[in-house]
Design a protein around this ligand. Structure first.
Ligand code: F6P
Length: 541
C-alpha cells in the first residue's frame, strides 16, 4: 500500500463511521477501555474517541508508510533531519548526556557536558549565596527571552513551584514596555540576577528589554554586568553586550529554540528548584524517550497521541484542539504547546518544498480546568464545530490538607469528558422541562436549548503527581507527538520560516513611527493606522 492509499483508506473508513456514537462503541465493546496505554505510572486514555481497531491499524500503517521508525532513529542518531537548516535535532541528548552521540566517529556532546557542569556550579553558587549581588544574596531572577527562550522555563517554573526553594523567578518577554516595567518595578536591583536568554542574541524584543534592564540596574549597581548572565549560542554578541564569558552558557545549533528547556535555557528552573530536581526533570524526559523508542506503536504514548491528533484534524476535519490541564500549575502549558505544536507543524509545504497534501497541524489552545468550564466550554459542548479536547489530571495534588478540593477538581475533569461523549438528547431535555412544569411549545423551545449533541471526542492523560519527573515526561511526550505528526505529514517540524516576514516588516515600520521615514510603499490601511498613532486624522488616504 502507498502513503496515498493509507490516507484514502482512512478517509473511506471515516465516511462510513463518522456518524456513529462513541457511547455505543462502549456499549458494544465491554473492553473498549483497552484504547489506552501506559508509560510507567502515566495513563493515556483515548477510548472516548471514534477510533476503533481498524482505524488504529490504518493509522499505524500510515505512520509506518511515512517512515516513522527510520525518521525516529535518524533523529536520535544525530542525522541532519532539519533539512532546510542543515541541522541535527538532538534536544533528546540533553536529557541523556552520558550516552555519546557519534558524528563522523566523534562524540559531539563534550561541550554540552561541560556547559551542564558549569550551569550546575553557577546555579549552586547563586542558590547558596556564594555568588551574590551588590546588595547581598540573590533573591530574584529575571529571565529576559521570548518564544522558546521564555515559554519553557516560565511554564516549568510555575508547574514546579512546590519544589522551588531558590530565588524567585520572573519572566519578561514582550517588547511592550509594560512587561519589563511591571516586572522590575517591585524588585531590588541590588539583589536581582538578570538572565538574557536568546539563542541568536539578536531577537529585537529580548535585546531591547535587556538594555532596559541594564539601565535599570545601572541606576543602583556600580557594575551591572556582574549581575547579568546570558544563555546564547553567540559568544561574540554576548561579549559585545558586556557579559563576561564565565557568565555565558552556550548551546549547539542542534537544539531548536522551542525544544531548548532541557539545556541552559532551563537555567531559571535549575535556579528555582536546584540541580537535583532539575536532574529528575531530565530523567522524566529520558524515560519518555526510551518509551518512544522501544514501545510498539499500539502501546506507545507519543505515537498514539499523534495518531489521535491526525485522526481528528486531518481525517475528521476538526481544525483546533483544546489542551485542558486540570492542574492550575500547568496553566502555561497551553501557551507552551502553542509554540511547540504550531511553530513546528504550522507549515504549508513538505520537506521537499512541494505543497502539503493535507492540512497542517491544528490550532492549539486552552486554559486550565475548572476555569475554562466557566468561560469557553459552552462552545465545546453546544457549538456547531467539534473541538477535540485533551484533558490532563494528576491523581493527587501537593496540598494534602486540601484533598477534598483535588477530588472536586478530578470529579469535574471526568465529568467533562463524560458529558462531551454522552451529551443530552432532545427526549431527555423534554423530560427535564416537563418535570419543571413546562408544556407545549414553550417546553419544546426550552428543551431545544438544553440539548447537548454529545459524541464529542476527548483524551485524558493521568499522572500520579506533578513532580519534576512527571513534568519531564509530559513535555517529552508532547515533543515526540509533534515529531510523529510532522513525519506523517512530511513536514520539517524544526524550522520556522513563517515568523520571518512580520519581523522584517516591523523593522520598516519603526522608522516611520519614529518620524524618520515617510510611509512610502505602505497600503492605505497601514498609512491610516500610522497616521492615527502619530495623532493625525484617522481616515482617508
Ligand atoms: O520568532 C520565533 C523564534 O525564532 C522562536 O523560534 C524562538 O524560540 C524565538 O524566536 C526566540 O529566539 P531567540 O532565542 O534567538 O531569541
Amino acid at each position: 500500500m502507498t502513503a496515498m492509499t493509507a490516507w484514502q483508506s482512512l478517509r473511506e473508513h471515516h465516511a462510513a463511521v463518522k456518524n456513529r456514537s462513541i457511547s455505543e462503541l462502549f456499549e458494544k465493546d465491554k473492553d473498549r477501555a483497552r484504547f489506552s496505554a501506559i508509560c510507567g505510572d502515566m495513563l493515556f486514555d483515548f477510548s472516548k474517541t471514534n477510533i476503533d481497531d481498524e482505524i488504529l491499524d490504518r493509522l499505524i500503517d500510515l505512520a509506518g508508510q511515512a517512515g516513522l521508525a527510520d525518521r525516529r532513529a535518524a533523529m536520535f542518531a544525530g542525522d541532519a533531519i532539519n533539512e532546510t537548516e542543515g541541522r541535527a535535532v538532538l534536544h533528546t541528548a540533553l536529557r541523556n548526556l552520558d550516552s555519546p552521540i557519534l558524528v563522523d566517529g566523534r562524540d559531539i556532546l563534550g561541550p554540552a557536558r561541560a556547559t551542564r557542569a558549569r550551569l550546575i556550579r553557577f546555579a549552586g553558587d547563586i542558590r547558596a549565596g556564594r555568588i551574590a549581588g551588590q546588595g547581598g544574596r540573590i533573591t530574584d531572577v529575571v529571565n529576559i527571552g521570548i518564544g522558546g527562550s521564555d515559554l519553557g522555563p516560565a511554564m516549568a517554573c510555575l508547574a514546579l513551584r512546590p519544589y522551588a526553594d531558590g530565588p524567585r523567578c520572573h519572566f519578561v518577554s514582550n517588547v511592550d514596555a509594560a512587561h519589563v516595567h511591571d516586572t522590575l518595578a517591585p524588585l531590588n536591583p541590588r539583589t536581582t540576577l538578570v538572565i538574557v536568554a536568546s539563542k541568536t542574541f539578536t531577537t529585537i524584543e529580548t535585546m531591547t528589554n535587556a538594555r532596559t534592564a541594564r539601565d535599570w540596574m545601572a541606576a543602583s549597581v556600580a557594575d551591572p554586568a556582574t549581575q547579568f548572565a546570558a544563555v546564547s549560542t553567540d559568544a561574540a554578541r554576548t561579549a559585545a553586550f558586556g557579559i563576561a564569558p564565565e557568565r555565558v552558557f552556550g548551546f549547539d545549533d542542534w537544539v531548536g529554540g522551542r525544544y531548548s528547556l532541557w539545556g541552559p535555557i532551563g537555567l531559571p528552573l535549575m535556579l528555582a528548584i536546584g540541580a537535583d530536581a532539575f536532574g529528575d526533570f531530565l530523567a522524566g524526559g529520558a524515560a519518555m524517550d526510551r518509551h518512544f523508542r522501544e514501545t510498539p506503536a499500539r502501546a506507545n504514548l507519543p505515537v498514539l497521541l499523534a495518531l489521535t491528533g491526525i485522526w481528528h484534524n486531518q481525517i475528521c476535519g476538526h481544525a483546533t484542539r483544546a489542551v485542558l490541564p486540570y492542574d492550575q500549575r500547568l496553566s502555561r502549558l497551553p501557551a507552551y504547546l502553542q509554540q511547540l505544536e504550531m511553530e513546528s507543524n504550522g507549515k504549508r509545504v513538505a520537506m521537499d518544498g512541494t505543497d502539503l497534501g493535507e492540512h497542517s497541524g491544528p490550532v492549539v489552545w486552552g486554559e486550565p480546568g475548572t476555569n475554562g468550564q466557566h468561560a469557553f466550554y459552552q462552545l465545546i459542548h453546544q457549538g456547531t464545530r467539534i473541538v477535540p479536547c485533551e484533558f490532563l489530571l494528576a491523581r493527587e495534588g501537593h496540598e494534602p490538607g486540601l484533598a477534598h478540593q483535588h477530588r472536586l477538581l478530578a470529579a469535574n475533569c471526568l465529568a467533562q469528558s463524560e458529558a462531551l461523549m454522552r451529551g443530552r438528547s432532545l427526549a431527555e431535555a423534554r423530560a427535564l422541562m416537563a418535570a419543571r412544569g413546562l408544556r407545549g411549545a414553550e417546553r419544546e423551545r426550552q428543551a431545544r436549548h438544553r440539548v447537548f449533541p454529545g459524541n464529542r471526542p476527548s483524551t485524558t492523560l493521568l499522572y500520579p503527581r506533578l513532580t519534576p519527573f512527571s513534568l519531564g515526561r509530559i513535555i517529552a511526550l508532547y515533543e515526540h507527538r509533534v515529531f510523529v505528526e510532522g513525519v506523517i505529514l512530511g513536514i520539517n517540524s524544526f524550522d520556522q520560516w513563517g515568523v520571518e516576514l512580520g519581523k522584517e516588516l516591523a523593522l520598516t515600520m519603526e522608522p516611520i513611527l519614529a518620524g524618520r521615514q515617510p510611509a512610502t510603499g505602505k497600503d492605505a490601511s497601514t498609512r491610516m493606522l500610522l497616521r492615527y498613532l502619530a495623532k493625525g486624522p484617522a481616515s482617508g488616504s
